[in-house]
Design a protein around this ligand. Structure first.
Ligand code: PEP
Length: 248
């Protein structure tokens, strides 16, 4: 089964009503390929706003985080049920900014992943190594550990998209080279074969994130295990459409 190319836009804690509406309207006006799945992740406050203005059939909405419990006494958290209630279909979990700044552990990310999947959201599961881990030759060890925490809790990976995002490449302008990214993606897929089986491993999308922009996106074409991108800064700009079209 061919894996559908997947491009996510992570707005992070950026945007106000007017600018988010402008990004959505720009996507509405663009000619987007029907063979690319596009997901945009505005801040939680604006999920409903983005969904209301979105008119593109191939674009869906994601939250940037969700909790591992149902609605209740969890001040400041966002429930899966609430995310679904405003029409969003996805959630980004395990982003390095949450792992490092908010101290989210592998186990907590795994628990949230299981809860989101069990309750009907697709999960964009972010993994990736810090610069010092890369320099110590620990990249594969780190991403495998992050994957294994989820494997312990989740057996069906059909609604997970893995985003490999080397932390040193996020927001730095220093994207991984297509060769380096492909090598890590291939190693991730090899590990998936071992832990969730060959068929699920073959079907799981592994997308790359870290300083992807309208200029470098095409350079990843031809990398057999790179099934799309997770885009931060450039998803707020018109070049996001060029990234969506990079594989055409
Ligand atoms: C991200 O935040 O997921 C990301 C990849 O950011 P950027 O594209 O800005 O490096």
């Amino acid at each position: 089964m061919a894996r559908t190319f997947f491009v996510g836009g992570n707005f992070k804690m950026n945007g106000l009503k007017e600018s988010i509406k402008a990004i959505v309207e720009q996507l509405n006006a663009a000619e987007l390929p029907s063979n690319v799945e596009v997901v945009i992740a505005p801040p939680a406050l604006y999920l409903d706003w983005a969904q209301t203005h979105l008119k593109q059939a191939t674009v869906e909405i994601a939250a940037q985080n969700s909790f591992d419990k149902n609605t209740g006494a969890y001040t400041g958290e966002v429930a899966v049920e609430q995310i679904k209630d405003v029409g969003a279909k996805w959630v980004i979990l395990g982003h390095s900014e949450r792992r490092t700044i908010l101290n989210e552990t592998d186990e907590f990310v795994a628990s949230k992943t299981k809860f989101a999947l069990d309750n009907g959201l697709g999960v964009i599961l972010c993994i990736g190594e810090l610069l010092e881990e890369r320099d110590a030759g620990k990249t594969i060890e780190v991403v495998n550990r992050q994957i294994d925490a989820v494997v312990e809790k989740v057996k069906d990976w059909s609604n997970i998209v893995i985003a490999y995002e080397p932390v040193w490449a996020i927001g730095t302008g220093l994207a991984a080279t297509p060769e380096d990214a492909q090598a890590v993606h291939a190693a991730i897929r090899k590990h998936l074969v071992e832990v969730i089986g060959a068929e699920q491993a073959e079907n799981t999308r592994i997308i790359y994130g870290g300083s992807v922009n309208g200029k470098n996106a095409k350079s990843f074409n031809g990398a057999a295990d790179i099934d799309g991108f997770l885009v931060g800064g450039a998803s707020l700009k018109p070049e996001f459409v060029d990234i969506i079209n990079a594989r055409q």
